[in-house]
Design a protein around this ligand. Structure first.
Ligand code: UDP
Length: 254
């Protein structure tokens, strides 16, 4: 996108978008009325993609990969390709809801524990006048139930599917079922339905402004420690990539 060399972080593509250009790109994709995939990319995902080629291929083939976490923003800066801002998935969802309400396009919410998506649907409807939620389903369905879930989504007429199954599953799942899902735009949103429904709280604004949302999540959800232990390694590997790119004069390779 744009004239920038393509930004790759440890082998995964990240698009140099801000909130406004990401929203514009989503509007364009929706106008194309085809299956499309948006990845909200974070540092933990970069560490996973580094080791999992199939996952990396799905990320790199997505129609849009937005820098969801502060770690990705810092990494881009270190690699000499600074991004304008973090495009947090939780905020992108609100933009997409605004767009859908205005353009009369409906949204399907998939994922979270039973009941969470329905509460999130009520919250989103109350925030965005005229927003149509085409349907909801929790993220704890069996393989045997999967065809019925896919049929429900396809029959719902939704133009956007917010897939909240956690990574890597949400990205792999959407790509694997592109044909059954039909001409919808899928966005992987991790735990966002938990936040929208009020089940989980987002970090206070001051911590977010300081780039410390990860710390808040670690303190309030200590079970995430195992996952977050990859973050120092992420920083070290990005530093190594920056050095390698500088020595070889190559800014496009991960
Ligand atoms: N989840 C799900 N089905 C599963 C596993 C997870 O719907 O089989 C949901 C889970 O309820 C949570 C989200 O996926 O809402 C994953 O949240 P997490 O905090 O791991 O995602 P992150 O925001 O860190 O990507």
């Amino acid at each position: 996108m744009g004239s920038n060399p393509q930004l790759r972080i440890l082998g995964s593509r990240v698009d140099p978008v801000d909130m406004s250009t990401a929203t514009d790109r989503i509007a364009q994709l929706l106008a194309q009325r085809r299956f499309a995939q948006v990845v909200t990319f974070g540092s933990e995902m970069a560490m996973h993609a580094r080791r999992d080629a199939a996952y990396r291929d799905v990320v790199n083939a997505a129609d849009l990969v937005v820098p969801d976490t502060i770690g990705v923003v810092y990494a881009a800066r270190l690699l000499g390709q600074p991004l304008r801002e973090r495009v947090a998935g939780i905020e992108l969802i609100e933009r997409v809801c605004e767009l859908c309400a205005r353009e009369h396009m409906s949204i399907f919410l998939l994922g979270g524990a039973p009941g969470v998506a329905a509460i999130a649907a009520d919250v989103l409807r109350s925030r965005h006048a005229g927003l149509e939620i085409a349907g909801c389903h929790d993220g704890y369905f069996s393989q045997a139930q999967e065809p019925a879930v896919l049929a429900t989504i396809a029959a719902s007429g939704a133009r956007v599917v917010l897939v909240a199954l956690g990574f890597p599953r949400q990205e792999m799942w959407a790509r694997a079922h592109a044909a059954e899902l039909g001409p919808v735009l899928c966005i992987g949103i991790g735990g966002s339905l938990d936040v929208i429904s009020g089940r989980l709280r987002r970090a206070p604004g001051v911590l977010r402004a300081l780039g410390l949302e990860w710390l808040y999540r670690l303190v309030t959800q200590p079970h995430r420690l195992g996952r977050q232990l990859v973050l120092p390694r992420f920083a070290a590997l990005v530093g190594a990539q920056a050095l390698h790119d500088r020595l070889t004069g190559d800014r496009s390779q991960g």
